[in-house]
Design a binder for this molecule. Structure first.
Ligand code: SF4
Ligand code: SF4
Length: 442
């Protein structure tokens, strides 16, 4: 079992380029099934212990593995769905030296380091743009766009999302503990660009990280730590904005429409590295976890690293492993090809076993209303999924399908095992295709 967030956790280790990792950034979509099926993606029914932690609206407990940098060459390949026994050939954990908050000696200098204190806002923003920094919270939205509000919009608050986005994932927690100075340095750069104060939103199951941040920040009033109850999906952008500001982002609108710009912990650290080290964003910070992986870890891996090599680096799959999910149990995507690469926004790899992932045969809707009860944005998931299934996409749009944040709570709760969020996701994709087609022919 992994240690809990409140327990002892080990140091961060970084991967050098694994044997098959490309030297340049590659972004390739993971193959998706054409039709949504119960197991295709989204919420996974997990063991009783974990299931109890992800009930919407109720406290959750995430698990913590270490965040690690890795130097490894992995000899064996992984057969999807199968067990692997090969060990990394030369796995080496590299102890991190504590770093001062200063302009660091660059490891891989692509751009000249900038001094964040003397660089202008324009220089800092340009660096973020040229370093290719995107949000690492899931959407991979280009950061310089977020930091450049359109005319008429004004950024009034910067929020750092330190609430782990899904159960099982612990990378942000470890990053706060091990990269505290770089995180605060990145936040200061973002504050300089936006000219606003910052709130760090963090869940109360990370007491060590909360204490550390508060100690580091001391009596500063420009960066505030706001401790929030653990509640899935607290880490979702719109939910966190509401929890901190009381403002609701309207359907189809962006946080900047309510004066907020939000970044996650890893993104802020990437900003620090891009500015002070001249390093482009070529690494992903990921949690590798689940009962089906032999040695769970938090890793920093080069973007483009084949997932098979990361699984090998973590000791391979246990004999009970039945599926690997890119992301977390609620919003992640089943992997069908373990040679798929890690991408910038990959948050984790979750390996489930037959004990922790129970495939369910969908039956007809029971009209129990549970999906409606748990939807955090007050949608009617059963209606949306039905419209999507019937290809009544315009009706689905009218019913608010684009307000769905794909949190998976509805499908997780559905006693009939209906893949609600998968149908909703499909409906959104189809609608976007229709709209693109309309724009083309206009
Ligand atoms: S409809 Fe969307 S937002 Fe509502 S519970 Fe389902 S997945 Fe979450
Ligand atoms: S939770 Fe499932 S069974 Fe209940 S109303 Fe919603 S779709 Fe129907």
């Amino acid at each position: 079992m992994h240690s809990s967030v409140n327990g002892t956790v080990s140091k961060i280790v970084k991967t050098a380029h694994l044997s098959g990792a490309p030297k340049t950034v590659i972004e390739i979509s993971v193959t998706q099934p054409k039709e949504p099926v119960a197991e295709a993606a989204g919420p996974q029914k997990v063991s009783a212990t974990v299931a109890a932690t992800v009930t919407p609206g109720v406290s959750t407990a995430t698990e913590a593995a270490s965040v690690q940098k890795v130097n490894a060459t992995v000899a064996a390949t992984v057969t999807p769905g199968g067990n692997t026994t090969a060990e990394p050939a030369d796995a080496t954990e590299v102890a991190e030296e504590p770093q001062e908050k200063k302009v660091a000696e660059p490891e891989n200098e692509f751009f000249p380091p900038l001094n964040p204190k003397t660089a202008t806002k324009e220089e800092l923003l340009e660096r973020i743009k040229e370093a290719g920094i995107v949000g690492m919270g899931g959407a991979a939205f280009p950061m310089f766009v977020k930091l450049s509000p359109p005319p008429g919009k004004k950024i009034e608050k910067l929020i750092i999302n330190a609430a782990e986005c899904e159960p099982y994932l612990t990378r942000d927690y470890r990053l706060i503990l091990e990269y505290t100075d770089q995180l605060i340095g990145g936040i200061e750069i973002l504050m300089k660009i936006t000219g606003v104060e910052c709130v760090i939103g963090i869940e109360d199951n990370k007491p060590e990280a909360i204490v550390l941040l508060k100690n580091k920040l001391g009596s500063r009033s420009d960066i505030r730590v706001e401790v929030l109850p653990v509640k899935y999906p607290q880490g979702a952008e719109k939910m966190l904005i509401y929890a901190i500001t009381g403002k609701k982002v309207p359907p189809g609108k962006l946080p900047v429409d309510v004066g907020v710009v939000m970044q996650n912990v890893g993104t802020a650290i990437s900003v620090w590295k891009a500015v002070t080290e001249g390093t482009p964003q070529t690494d992903a910070w990921i949690t590798v976890t689940g009962e089906g992986i032999k040695t769970p870890k938090n890793l920093i891996v080069p973007v483009g690293t084949p997932i098979s090599e990361i699984l090998e680096f973590c000791g391979g799959l246990t004999p009970e492993a039945i599926k690997v999910i890119a992301g977390g149990p609620m919003m992640g995507t089943n992997l069908y090809d373990y040679n798929a690469p890690v991408m910038k926004a990959t948050s984790g790899l979750l390996v489930l076993t037959s004990d922790t992932s129970a495939p369910v045969e969908a039956i007809a809707c029971l009209r129990c209303g549970k999906c409606v009860e748990v939807c955090p944005v007050n949608l009617l998931p059963t209606r949306l999924s039905r419209f999507s299934k019937l290809q009544r996409f315009e009706d689905a749009e009218e019913a608010g399908i684009f307000s769905c944040m794909e949190c998976g709570c509805c499908a997780y709760e559905c006693p009939a095992g209906i893949p609600l969020v998968q149908w909703i996701r499909l409906g959104k994709k189809e609608l976007l295709k229709i709209k693109a087609q309309e724009r083309k022919s206009a």
